[in-house]
Design a protein around this ligand. Structure first.
Ligand SMILES: CC(C)(COP(=O)(O)OP(=O)(O)OC[C@H]1O[C@@H](n2cnc3c(N)ncnc32)[C@H](O)[C@@H]1OP(=O)(O)O)[C@@H](O)C(=O)NCCC(=O)NCCS
Length: 334
């Protein structure tokens, strides 16, 4: 067995992008309890997308002429100047030979060269057990900074519960209302929506993760909307509107139009001063209903939240989500 060679992926090189994508597809199929890897066309579009809010480098690990693993380092440009996000995956048949360690060392070197001092990665494990990823992280000085549960909702049966929940929401909303939006936040709400997105990371329980508020502006939001559309993703959003017309909360989910195998819940937030009106449940019901209307073939939705986030867990439980794995954000501070 020869040494591992690391190659930087040029995003204009389709073969290299495809090789990077294939490692993720194989590792996900092997290690995860559900189909969590994007289709090739979607993955390619997102890997190619120009971003003004972050920069990133992808690596391929090659051994004896064969791609055996991949890596990614992402650094944010508009906020979180200390932080780098890392991804490492090694094909199941090539593990415990130091490929992961070699990739991680190079990703850390590149993150440090960008002036980054906190490195975070996400790995998954069964509910009651460790996984290769959690053991690898622990062995490399990445303790768990935030442990969350990943939950799935089966859409074929979920809607049976919704009428009773919608009645409950209607009885508690008072002067608040829920509005569903698709793909584009109306201009009159853009500033408020950016405020919600900016507060999201600091208001959602995130354990010991070294995160600061993200800096969302209408220009960044517009870029996000364009990028989502270009990637063929539908973005289903619900906002809570307070009696004075200002936004009180939001929830979002994304699904690929051409390949709606899995819808993914992004952020959900109700601002503290607007809690207690069943907005969290009302917002989620609105996006899930819209999902079923627009994508009746979509079988499942996934969401992830912290065990300590009691209100969000109660909402998800009411909706019928079931826990399928642990999602561990691991972190190393240098
Ligand atoms: C995690 C992963 C990248 C490790 O790749 P790898 O090439 O097998 O890792 P290495 O051979 O470099 O392992 C380095 C050390 O990590 C630890 N380690 C890795 N896998 C382990 C396992 N299954 N059990 C126990 N320790 C493990 C060991 O200390 C190992 O050193 P050793 O083999 O000398 O004992 C690979 O298992 C994988 O792709 N998992 C799924 C994706 C994932 O979770 N990635 C995120 C990681 S933060």
């Amino acid at each position: 067995m020869s040494d591992v060679e690391l190659r930087v992926v040029d995003v204009s090189d389709d073969a290299a992008l495809r090789a990077w994508w294939e490692v993720g597809a194989a590792v996900t199929a092997h290690d995860r309890p559900y189909d969590a890897w994007p289709a090739w066309e979607v993955g390619r579009a997102s890997m190619r997308a120009a971003r003004s809010d972050l920069d990133r480098t992808r690596l391929l690990a090659v051994q004896d002429g064969e791609v055996v693993g991949h890596g990614l380092v992402v650094w944010w440009l508009l906020d979180n100047p200390r932080l780098a996000e890392l991804e490492v995956r090694v094909l199941p048949g090539h593990r415990r030979r130091g490929v992961g360690r070699t990739l991680l060392a190079e990703l850390e070197r590149r993150a440090a060269a960008e002036g980054r001092t906190t490195y975070v990665a996400t790995t998954h494990a069964p509910v009651e057990a460790e996984s290769p990823g959690s053991l690898f992280a622990a062995a490399h000085g990445y303790p768990v900074a935030s442990a969350e549960a990943s939950k799935l909702l089966d859409l074929a049966t979920a809607a049976e519960r919704w009428p009773a929940l919608e009645d409950d929401v209607a009885a508690h909303l008072g002067g608040y209302r829920v509005a569903a939006i698709e793909d584009h936040v109306p201009t009159e709400w853009a500033a408020d929506f950016c405020g919600l997105l900016s507060s999201f990371m600091t208001m959602v329980p995130s354990g010991d993760l070294d995160l600061e508020a993200a800096a969302w502006t209408p220009a960044r939001l517009a870029e996000h909307e364009e990028r989502t559309a270009a990637a063929g993703r539908a973005w289903l959003v619900a906002v809570g509107v307070a009696p004075d017309g200002r936004l009180a909360g939001f929830t979002e989910l994304g699904v690929t139009r051409a390949d709606p195998r899995l819808a993914i819940v992004g952020g959900t937030l109700v601002l503290p001063e607007h809690r207690g009106h069943r907005l969290g449940l009302g917002l989620k019901l609105a996006t899930h209903r819209r999902l079923l209307e627009l994508f009746p073939a979509c079988p499942v939705v996934v969401t992830t939240n912290a065990g300590v986030n009691a209100p969000m867990n109660a909402v998800n439980e009411a909706l019928g989500y079931r826990v399928v794995e642990r999602c561990l954000d691991v972190q190393k501070r240098t």
